[in-house]
Design a protein around this ligand. Structure first.
Ligand code: 8X3
Length: 260
């Protein structure tokens, strides 16, 4: 589906974690306006169904975003026609586990911090100098409402997303006057394989998260990313918190011990 030309069209878009539903929806949304795509994937064969639907030039980077050396080498080796990245969408991220902190698996904590924070910061740090040099560019970080609203079992996931939000705002502070934009998108409940990953393949538990309600879709999130990215160059969306109409913050918990 082709859409009318927006006020601003990023020519080259780098999307991390492109094999997930968010990544695929972002890729399709920017392909619809003719953006060239750089897609990162740990298992590029999983990109095949998506690639078959895209009729724009695509450069696939086979890498684990947590592997700094590989990321550095892959970005340094981008072909000339993909080098000048206009839009970096830091999308790769995950939640692992939802047990209380004192029962959590520390390997899960490490993977979340390495993926959601360390890799996101490193990729941004590698792409930013070129954007500043060219006097244009946009970094869109996919955070979460979990960065603002803690919940039981959220611990490191919530904290990792708070990092993304605060990192985005701090980048904004550094980048004024450079022509480079920074946006933090903070989605609430979106029906994807997010919960299946969090619950390590427990489909029944994952399905319960989305049961009997109307969650957002990956395409809804793509629409908000697209909106922020295609605004005129003088207009920066700093943060965008989005939720389904059926979701809202809950109350604080109080533990009470009945007097015997
Ligand atoms: C996903 C939203 O509320 O499950 O980032 O943490 S939530």
């Amino acid at each position: 589906m082709n859409h009318p030309a927006p006020a601003h069209r990023p020519n080259i878009v780098l999307i991390t974690g492109a094999t997930g539903e968010f990544g695929a929806a972002f890729a399709r949304r920017f392909a619809a306006i003719g953006s060239k795509l750089i897609l990162t994937a740990r298992k590029p064969e999983k990109l095949r169904p998506l690639l078959d639907t895209l009729d724009v030039p695509v450069h696939v980077l086979e890498l684990d975003v947590r592997d700094r050396k590989t990321v550095e080498a892959a970005l340094a080796a981008l072909p000339a026609e993909f080098k000048d990245i206009d839009l970096l969408i830091n999308n790769a991220g995950l939640a692992l586990g939802a047990e209380p902190a004192h029962k959590a698996n520390l390997d899960d904590w490490e993977v979340m911090i390495d993926t959601n924070d360390k890799a996101l910061a490193i990729i941004t740090g590698l792409v930013l100098p070129g954007m500043v040099e060219r006097g244009r560019g946009h970094v869109i970080n996919i955070s979460s409402i979990a960065g603002s609203y803690p919940y039981p079992g959220g611990h490191v996931y919530c904290a990792s997303k708070a990092f993304v939000t605060q990192f985005s705002l701090a980048l904004k502070a550094d980048l004024i006057g450079t022509g480079v934009r920074v946006t933090c998108i903070e989605p609430g409940m979106v029906e994807t394989s997010f919960s299946l990953v969090r619950f390590k393949g427990d489909a029944e538990r994952a399905a319960k998260v989305y049961a009997d309600t109307v969650p957002l879709t990956a395409e809804d999130v793509a629409e908000s990313v697209y909106w922020a990215a295609t605004l005129p160059a003088h207009f920066n969306v700093n943060r965008l918190e989005i939720m389904p109409t059926t979701q809202g913050p809950g109350v604080l918990a109080v533990h009470r011990t009945p007097k015997s």
